[in-house]
Design a protein around this ligand. Structure first.
Ligand code: ATP
Ligand code: MG
Length: 354
């Protein structure tokens, strides 16, 4: 049943007008029986007291029969489905999200009560998936925190050993430093994401030059492309592009897109940053000639903690694209990915030109 049909279904009562005619017909018929009884008993010269008693008993039985029939109908149409819903709601309140209440009619004959039951089932399903996400989030966070802590603990134990060479000592200290940095980035990203997820608007929207911001972000990776011997090309079509957004937020997206491009591209490859405007939109493209991704990976890259390429999983926690996506949503933008394994990846960001 479509949503607009609910109102129509609400009009079709579970006690339709035809019930009136049913009752009227039965009562007329029973009145006929009443008259026939009366005439029959008068002809048989029944005592008047007995006659009144028989008529009273007759109507008593009729009233009892109608009450039982009405009770049966109310129970079938309302009480039983409501009891089922109440039972299901009680199970849900105890944390069981697997319950499902069966609608009373087939889908093509759904009325508003069936629709209510279907919506109830949908809500239960949603609650169940939110619960799974919550549990997954905590187990992911715990896992991501445990790994660097184990590394730190292990290296600290090694440092306590006597007779270490200077080179060994330096190696352990470096391991501890990089694991602590990883932990620090993880906590910072979780806090940022948490804050951004609670936000529904960008309260600090101001006008700024997007081109300048892109160049500043790219320059932060200068040592990376030099050290990794990657060719970096910047193709910024606009000289100046003033847009209104939170200037503190968008660099989170640019930095992660660029960091991914450099991370997943081998030496000798190329990373391109492009900007141009068309109609009422501004486009920012980050493209690389790196390892690329298959379609299955592409579907999940914006999920929290998802890391497709396990060979780089020690670098980062899989939160970068989730953050970028949220930042762009808050800025009124969109992000799309095109990628081919072994060939490279292209991220296209669209922002409103205002
Ligand atoms: N340019 C790219 N080329 C190939 N794979 C990519 C690219 N960008 C993202 N991915 C895939 O998407 C996954 C998620 O990216 P995301 O930026 O969210 O996490 P990360 O870079 O692994 O970690 P973090 O951003 O937290 O440091 C990556 O692990 C990788 O598998
Ligand atoms: Mg990343």
């Amino acid at each position: 049943m479509k949503r607009r049909d609910i109102a129509k279904a609400a009009g079709s009562s579970r006690f339709p007008k035809s019930i009136f005619f049913g009752y009227l017909g039965s009562l007329l018929l029973l009145s006929g029986v009443h008259i026939a009884l009366l005439l029959g008993m008068q002809q048989a010269h029944f005592n008047e007291i007995i006659l009144i008693h028989i008529i009273l008993i007759f109507w008593g039985l009729v009233a009892g029969g109608l009450t039982l029939y009405t009770r049966y109908q109310v129970r079938k149409t309302y009480e039983i489905p409501m009891l089922k819903l109440a039972e299901a709601a009680s199970k849900i309140s105890k944390g069981d999200f697997t319950v499902r209440v069966e609608p009373l009619n087939k889908p093509d004959k759904f009325d508003y009560l069936d629709q209510m039951i279907e919506d109830f089932n949908k809500m239960t399903n949603e609650l169940g998936s939110i619960e799974t996400l919550r549990v997954d989030f905590f187990s992911n966070v715990s896992h991501e925190i445990k790994t660097p802590i184990a590394v730190i603990q292990n290296s600290a134990e090694m440092l306590r050993r006597p007779g270490l060479t200077e080179a060994q000592r330096r190696e352990y200290v470096e391991t501890i430093t990089s694991a602590s940095k990883r932990l620090n980035t993880l906590i910072t990203n979780i806090l940022k994401l948490n804050k951004l997820e609670r936000q529904t608007i960008t309260p600090n929207a101001t006008e700024f030059d997007l081109c300048d911001q892109l160049v500043q972000s790219a320059l932060m990776f200068e040592t990376v492309w030099e050290e990794k011997d990657i060719e970096f090309e910047a193709d910024i079509a606009d000289e100046r592009k003033l847009i209104t957004a939170d200037p503190e937020l968008l660099p989170l997206a640019w930095n992660n897109l660029l960091s991914n491009a450099f991370k997943f591209t081998e030496s000798g490859g190329t990373v391109t940053l492009r900007e141009y405007s068309e109609g009422d939109k501004v486009f920012v493209i980050v493209q690389d000639t790196g390892c690329g991704m298959d379609e299955k990976t592409q579907k999940h890259i914006f999920d929290k903690f998802y890391q497709g390429d396990t060979s780089h999983s020690t670098e980062g926690n899989g939160l970068g694209l989730a953050l970028a996506m949220r930042v762009l949503q808050l800025s009124g933008g969109e992000i799309a990915v095109e990628s081919e394994p072994g060939k490279g990846t292209k991220f296209t960001v669209t922002l409103p030109d205002n």
